[in-house]
Design a protein around this ligand. Structure first.
Ligand SMILES: [Zn+2]
Length: 122
């Protein structure tokens, strides 16, 4: 879960996800001090953002408030509500949980934002 923590930390310290253009390929803005960690954890960071894209697509689709579930996710008892992986506790796995918060444009409650906007992450 290193990528989840790396991305969460970058967002908590002033980073952001920019959804402008195109919405299926969001841009991550982060302070330079986070760039090396984000690059190291790129695969999982991209997975979180990919899930955020899918969840966000559900959020803007007309209809009832979506459940934020990945397509073809198996329905399992005691698993992640979004992807179905087995969980020891909680409702969503860390990847889906951070993806859902990002899709909602909200920082997870445990994360505290800091100062001004950072530079774009390449
Ligand atoms: Zn999940």
């Amino acid at each position: 879960m290193a990528g989840v923590l790396t991305l969460a930390r970058a967002l908590a310290e002033g980073g952001s996800v920019v959804w402008d253009d195109p919405p299926h390929h969001p841009k991550l803005r982060a302070w330079p001090r986070h760039h090396a960690d984000l690059e190291r954890d790129r695969v999982q960071v991209c997975e979180v953002l990919s899930r955020a894209v899918g969840f966000r697509r559900q959020l803007v689709t007309p209809g009832p408030v979506p459940f934020l579930r990945l397509p073809n996710a198996p329905e399992v008892r005691d698993g992640c509500l979004s992807c179905g992986v087995p969980l020891q506790g909680g409702f969503r796995c860390p990847i889906c949980a951070l993806g859902a918060w990002i899709a909602l444009d909200v920082l997870p409650p445990i994360l505290e934002p800091t100062s001004s906007p950072p530079t774009p992450f390449p």
